[in-house]
Ligand binder design. Structure first.
Ligand SMILES: C[S@@+](CC[C@H](N)C(=O)[O-])C[C@H]1O[C@@H](n2cnc3c(N)ncnc32)[C@H](O)[C@@H]1O
Length: 204
């Protein structure tokens, strides 16, 4: 079954999020040794706050997202933008990137689409290329449980937005086609709310 939601395409979402600034959760600072420059895809880049950091860290970044509104903001500091839908095959060549980076952007999809996305990320990475990112933790369930309807195992409809919450086992399974170097659960404040998430550092 294909779950379609236009949540992130709508002006409504971006009206509230276009100018939000991440203050406290630049978790990548603590893992800088895994970021060695080269060609990078910022997958689900949003308004590009991590794109900026990755450019500072010497990456040639392609910023990709489903939202035209978000991409038009990113275009003011990175000309290299691409509109994509992660539920489809990715419009990039085999072995193209040294790094695929995905911060809180790959936890919206069905089991089938998530597995296909993992295969696609692997395909576009160079040999030994890195796949680094973060996803929602199942611990978020306690804050959200009264609002959500389960549509698949660990996958819910929350209002008009689909969301996947991962436990460690789920994440290891989805990432099993990569070499997992690090997988850690963190807690932070994002946009003034407590947030539990996993970070992962993988290699092709
Ligand atoms: C929580 S935001 C994270 C944005 C950015 N990575 C950050 O950390 O600030 C999730 C992003 O994923 C994008 N997204 C959601 N579904 C998508 C899809 N099917 N294809 C491409 N991007 C998608 C949204 O538009 C949004 O920019």
């Amino acid at each position: 079954m294909k779950y379609k939601s236009d949540y992130f395409i709508s002006d409504e979402y971006w009206k509230n999020n276009l100018d939000k600034i991440i203050e406290e959760d630049f978790w990548i600072e603590s893992y800088k040794q895994y970021f060695n420059g080269g060609k990078c895809l910022d997958l689900g880049c949003g308004i590009g706050q991590y794109t900026k950091k990755l450019i500072e860290w010497d990456y040639d970044v392609t910023s990709a997202d489903i939202s035209d509104i978000a991409l038009s903001k990113v275009k003011t500091f990175n000309h290299n933008i691409k509109k994509i839908d992660m539920r489809d095959d990715l419009p990039f060549d085999d072995n193209e990137f040294d790094l695929v980076f995905a911060n809180l952007s790959i936890h919206y999809f069905s089991d089938r689409d998530t597995k296909n996305l993992m295969k696609e990320v692997k395909r576009i990475l160079k040999p030994k290329g890195m796949f680094i990112g973060s996803v929602n933790s199942i611990r978020e369930y306690n804050y959200l449980k009264n609002k959500m309807i389960e549509v698949e195992y660990h996958y819910w409809l929350n209002g008009n937005k689909y969301v996947r919450l991962f436990d460690e086992e789920d994440l290891k399974e989805y990432l099993s086609i990569f070499k997992i170097i690090k997988l850690e659960e963190l807690e932070t404040i994002r946009f003034k709310h407590k947030k539990n998430y996993f970070i992962f550092i993988c290699q092709k």
